[in-house]
Design a protein around this ligand. Structure first.
Ligand code: NI
Length: 129
């Protein structure tokens, strides 16, 4: 490995604290790549955390989001709502299901009129765990 790359990696390891050494951090990075690849396999059961921000005064966004969740009970595990300020809300929604279903549902919510920003993080139990 080039020395400069190794130095940057050691700084990266140091930022993660003292609990893990270099080889343990390498193992985590490999596992992350494998889990992300696993999550792309059709039929894989995944968990997703979708975070969205919206203005609750805008259109009927809150009611639409509520209706989507009630109509798809099998995919939605829970949600947490935070009132950010007088107008804006943040919701963190946990989804569970087949990878394709979770991604399509996340896209549907992110595409809901009034949702201003958001993103999905998908994970699964590593196969070697
Ligand atoms: Ni709110």
């Amino acid at each position: 490995m080039p020395e400069g790359l190794l130095m940057q990696f050691d700084e990266f390891v140091a930022r993660r604290g003292v609990a893990k050494n270099r080889s343990e951090v390498v193992r985590d990075l490999v596992r992350d790549a494998l889990v992300q690849s696993q999550c792309d396999e059709p039929g894989t059961e995944v968990m997703g955390t979708l975070t969205i921000v919206y203005n609750h005064h805008a259109t009927d966004v809150q009611e639409t989001l509520h209706n989507i969740q009630h109509a798809n009970l099998g995919l939605f595990v829970s949600s947490t709502h935070v009132h950010v300020d007088e107008e804006n809300c943040l919701e963190s929604i946990i989804l569970r299901g087949e990878a394709i279903d979770v991604r399509l549902m996340a896209d549907r919510i992110l595409g809901t009129k009034g949702v201003q920003h958001g993103g999905l993080f998908v994970t699964a139990v590593p196969i070697d765990a």
